[in-house]
Ligand binder design. Structure first.
Ligand code: RAM
Length: 381
């Protein structure tokens, strides 16, 4: 499913931003990148097959600067919508909550964010039950485990509560819609493509993920493995996948252990904002920054210093503010009956424009974006 329309003002500004950034990326990319055995320029990947592996286009995650518009009416009653992220301490979810608050203010709805202090599926279940007792209108959840939350979320829906997953999906029968930040295939492949480029398509690499049960990371890792199967990646070897549980200390310690266990390790991909920041810190503390390449998914504000020091050359993400904003509008549209989560239904999401429900109830925010030293200064989240 794709975004189908933008407001005229928002669209024009966004297109201009995207075009400018693409041109800038293309220009700076020519002379960018470490010494690479295959000498790949930015935007190129290791694969030699003609079919291509779904290399995603970069787009600007900058918020469109248009006034608010659209949104559900909830039959005149402001919706009471609760967000339940993987954990409330994670800056990524704090940032997304900012977008949800923005949407709530536009609609005149209520917003609360609750959840565990560490990424725990069991604790999330307790929060679902409490929110159900409170009879909120909608629960918007990022799952630490796709199945563990299903019974409680289904019970919530049985009581008329709208359930939306965002960021990390739950089982399809346990929600009405899933707001995906970007195409999972694109997110997975781009991280391997960046690493391949950084290493000149050869060397041992490891993945440092979040929780072993996290739906989003596991979906991305599947596409990473698939990308590594493409011709051209024969010499880029994935030696292990480890889990830092979206816990900074566990992720840090796991990074240090990786360096000991794999003395020839040349790269780490961490598809979690907590993991990549902890890994960067560990690499610098161990004096391995820039020696062992690091990429993955992270927040520009958290990784700026590591990009400046050269420990991270490129990483990817989307705009988490927009993700929270879109997830709130999606929940509001379910609450007011504009949509039911069925394929092809459309709804308005304020400054982001019109969205359509796709296959499996998926609402897609947009393509992932690659950050590097040249563009990171433009982003503040
Ligand atoms: C962490 C979480 C989240 C993921 C980001 C990239 O904050 O695991 O689910 O989307 O990283």
């Amino acid at each position: 499913m794709t975004r189908t329309n933008l407001g005229v003002g928002a669209g024009a500004i966004r297109v201009l931003l995207i075009a400018t950034l693409l041109v800038l990326n293309a220009l700076v990319g020519l002379g960018h990148g470490p010494v690479a055995a295959r000498g790949l320029a930015q935007g190129e990947d290791c694969a030699t097959d003609a079919a291509g592996g779904g290399s995603p286009a970069a787009a600007s995650p900058a918020a469109a600067a248009s006034p608010a518009g659209g949104g559900g009416e909830n039959g005149g009653t402001p919706p009471n919508i609760a967000f339940l992220p993987k954990d409330v301490e994670n800056d990524y979810f704090v940032t997304a909550a900012g977008g949800a608050e923005e949407a709530a203010a536009e609609i005149g709805g209520e917003f609360q964010q609750v959840g565990p202090a560490t990424a725990s599926a069991a604790e999330q279940v307790t929060y679902v039950q409490t929110l159900t007792q409170q009879e909120v209108d909608a629960i918007v959840v990022s799952a630490n485990d796709p199945d563990a939350l299903s019974p409680s979320l289904q019970a919530a829906m049985d009581q008329g509560i709208a359930v939306v997953s965002y960021d990390s999906d739950v089982a399809a029968e346990a929600r009405m819609a899933f707001v995906n930040q970007a195409n999972s295939e694109a997110i997975g492949r781009i991280q391997v493509q960046i690493m391949g480029r950084l290493l000149g398509c050869e060397g041992e690499i490891a993945i440092l993920s979040a929780a072993s049960t996290a739906t989003n990371q596991n979906a991305w890792i599947e596409f990473m493995r698939d990308e590594l199967e493409r011709p051209g990646y024969e010499n880029l070897e994935l030696v292990t996948v480890e889990y830092g549980d979206d816990d900074a200390q566990v992720s840090y310690d796991t990074t240090v252990e990786l360096l000991t266990a794999y003395p020839d390790l040349r790269g780490i991909i961490s598809p979690t904002s907590v993991g990549i920041a902890a890994a960067a810190q560990a690499l610098e503390a161990e004096g391995r920054g820039g020696d062992v390449q690091l990429t993955g998914l992270g927040l520009p504000n958290a990784l700026r210093a590591y990009v400046e020091s050269g420990t991270i050359e490129e990483f990817a993400l989307w705009n988490p503010v927009d993700l929270g904003y879109l997830a709130y509008y999606t929940a509001a549209a379910l609450v007011d009956g504009t949509i039911t989560g069925a394929l092809g239904e459309t709804f308005e999401a304020g400054r982001l424009g019109s969205y359509t429900i796709g296959e499996s109830g998926e609402v897609l925010l947009g393509p992932p974006f690659v950050f590097n030293a040249e563009n990171i200064g433009e982003f503040d989240f």
